[in-house]
Design a protein around this ligand. Structure first.
Ligand code: THU
Length: 162
């Protein structure tokens, strides 16, 4: 038997950053600020991320490159790993991401697969959705209520008993 299936994903688009609540705007500005600390010598593509935790902390990250290319890390993972290292019990509420527009695109840059995998792990660990805000240089914002909306069919392992 053959069954055709389809998937429905939901996200919200804002044409301007000003249409968002003040706290979201603040988080997005933190991501813009963070992108200025990117070490992007090889790609010249600066990305900033800012994650808001339920204890009120905001943890930032930017992409960090290396002459041995795979040793570098995306802004999102720098922010998420740092947040988890510093505040392991806190829950991640919203992750804001900003990328400088190297290709002149209107749309926000979408996180890479490896970063989505990492986001998904934390979302499952904390049992609460992580909201995502993606901002383009042109000011357009995409909002996803959960990592699941951006990353269906994620690889998931059942946690071991220990
Ligand atoms: N990069 C990020 O920081 N986040 C993404 O979502 C996509 C890519 C970085 C990695 C690398 O430093 C540069 O952008 C070009 O790929």
């Amino acid at each position: 038997m053959k069954t055709q299936k389809s998937l429905h994903l939901e996200y919200t688009e804002y044409t301007s950053l000003n249409s968002l609540p003040k706290l979201d705007q603040k988080l997005l500005y933190k991501a813009i600020e963070a992108s200025k600390n990117a070490y992007a010598k090889y790609s010249n593509f600066q990305v900033g991320a800012a994650v808001l935790l339920n204890n009120g902390e905001i943890v930032i990250g930017s992409n960090q490159e290396n002459a041995a290319y795979p040793s570098g890390l995306c802004a999102e993972r720098v922010a998420l790993f740092s947040a988890s290292s510093q505040f392991s019990i806190a829950k991640m509420e919203t992750l804001a991401i900003y990328a400088s527009d190297a290709m002149g695109k209107e749309e926000p840059v979408s996180p890479c697969g490896a970063c989505r995998q990492v986001m998904m792990e934390y979302e499952l660990k904390q049992g609460q959705s992580i909201r995502l805000l993606l901002l383009s240089e042109k000011g357009k914002v995409w909002e996803f209520e959960s990592v699941k909306e951006l990353f269906p069919f994620a690889f998931v392992l059942k946690p071991s008993k220990k």
